[in-house]
Design a binder for this molecule. Structure first.
Ligand code: PSU
Ligand code: MN
Length: 310
């Protein structure tokens, strides 16, 4: 481990030294999920939401061949403004580090980094999933398989309606990933608080989610948990409003031959344009909401490990 190019920010080092809770954050949402300068404002806001909860944020990214656990203000700003930054998932992480590259981490790669750094909780907007038409394209995000093997609890606002939510839940079930809705039975659909599908599990208290995370470790089960935290009602865009916009974005992606890892960023950008930016306002609200909830889980997990010594 000693030769791993892993660098912690000063803030994360201080939190670790005093056993304070930490919440990991991904960086692809900054580089590929939102336009500049909103991406930088949101990244800062989300970090501050976590700090305001008495928890330390750790945004994860690869900078010049080092895996950064926590970014300082200058690094965050540089990443938010950088052009053509690589999007790193499980498949890309080692190659980027080995060649001294720079890249933003997806949910999958952020989970790997958080786990290496001993951070059990991670907040984001939405996870990748099974894309519509996956029966032809085979486009299934590596995020789902990561949840099955890396023990990090991920707080997200469900799966985006650009995905096939039914198939995404089926793959998660097959992979043995607990999917836990918060405050409602319905599995949330990112910009919309509900979807026609129920989540397999429901827990309304962060302490329950922390205990379940802990119990998986005690059982020797690999993998994490997906916490599906709905967007606050006042910020949501209804599924009816979104349906034709998503169909349009999908049709545009198909007609432009968008493939592979370019699909998700393309669809997000197209939906941003087609909603005149409303999708971004909703996205910001839900990420902040997830950061606050993840902070509570992280605090509960810290209490649990203090009392149990594990
Ligand atoms: N959802 C968002 N914004 C994003 C992503 C998802 O609202 O930026 C990113 C996350 O980093 C996620 C990735 O892990 O997209 C999934 O990409 P793919 O579908 O190529 O696996
Ligand atoms: Mn994909």
């Amino acid at each position: 481990m000693t030769n791993l190019p892993l660098v912690h920010s000063a803030e994360v080092i201080a939190a670790k030294a005093s056993d304070k809770p930490i919440v990991a954050l991904e960086s692809t949402i900054i580089t590929h999920g939102m336009p500049f300068p909103q991406n930088l404002e949101v990244a800062r806001q989300v970090e501050n939401d976590i700090r305001a909860s008495g928890v330390t944020p750790a945004t994860i990214a690869v900078l010049d061949g080092t895996l950064q656990i926590g970014l300082d203000e200058i690094q965050l700003e540089a990443l938010a403004q950088a052009r053509s930054v690589a999007k790193l998932s499980r498949a890309d992480l080692a190659a980027c580090l080995a060649t001294g590259g720079t890249g933003a981490t997806t949910v999958a790669a952020t989970m790997i980094g958080a786990n290496l750094a001993g951070i059990p909780v991670f907040a984001t907007g939405g996870i990748g999933g099974v894309h519509r038409g996956a029966e032809d394209s085979f486009d299934v995000s590596a995020d789902l398989m990561e949840l099955a093997q890396t023990p990090v609890t991920v707080v997200a606002a469900g799966a985006k309606a650009i995905l096939d939510v039914d198939k995404t839940l089926e793959v998660l079930e097959t992979q043995g990933v607990p999917v836990i809705a918060v405050g409602q039975d319905a599995f949330p659909a990112f910009w919309s608080a509900t979807s026609p599908l129920n989540a397999p599990l429901r827990m309304d208290e962060p302490a329950q989610i922390a205990r379940a995370h802990f119990m998986r470790i005690q059982l020797g089960l690999p993998g994490g948990q997906l916490v599906a935290n709905p967007i606050p009602k006042e910020d949501e865009i209804s599924a009816q409003v979104l349906a034709p916009i998503i169909a349009q974005a999908q049709a545009d992606a198909d007609s432009h031959g968008i493939r592979g890892k370019a699909v998700t960023p393309y669809l997000l950008q197209r939906i941003f344009e087609l909603t005149d930016g409303r999708s971004l306002t909703a996205n910001i609200a839900l990420v902040r909401n997830n950061a606050r909830f993840a902070s509570k889980i992280a605090s509960e997990l810290t209490n649990l490990s203090r009392t149990t010594g594990i």
